[in-house]
Design a protein around this ligand. Sequence first.
Ligand code: AMP
Length: 195
Amino acid sequence: EACQAKMHGWSNMSKEDRDQFFLDRQNILVPELMKSLSAGQQCRIPNPIQTFQQAFHDYPDLMRGFHRQGFTEPTPIQCMAWPILMAGLDFIGIAQTGTGKTLAFLLPGFVHLEGQTKPRNQRRGPTVLILSPTRELATQIQTECERFSYHGIRCVCVYGGADRRTQLKKLEEGCDVVVATPGRLNDLLDSGKIS
Ligand code: AMP
């Protein structure tokens, strides 16, 4: 369930300004996938944001997180990902390693997690699932999640080739975000250890 997070001052950008903005940021491409919607359906791709403030004005603890980390501006993929994800729309983001993809997905994930209408104790299993093809990437994502720790959100990493019992114990202690490789996740699902 995606909540409609609030955004500030990003929507009034002309098409020309937007094209220039994309060009200046490693030539961001935004394919008009929305054209595949059937006639009559309307879904405009939001304009990119340019500052942390525009995306997270209402989330001062996230703003403090940027400050703490010494970040000065959103990376190109964050500029485009945040307005889309904060509006609760689906997003596929393709960018090289080291371009800030993890936080592009993770921070709106934190906001949606907190915005769930169903109380935590009535929700089964973790709320956010992050799938990773490799153990290395999974642990990197978890590190990023912990470094940007937000409101006590708990993140557990599960992957093959490591002690299953230790991972299970961590899951049982409580988990909001699970970062998983597919094999270990399947194994935990099949054995009913995770929902
Ligand atoms: P990633 O591409 O997600 O692996 O991120 C690469 C590194 O960039 C990580 O250490 C992040 O903490 C860092 N990072 C993410 N977003 C920003 C940003 N807006 N400004 C500076 N560094 C960032």
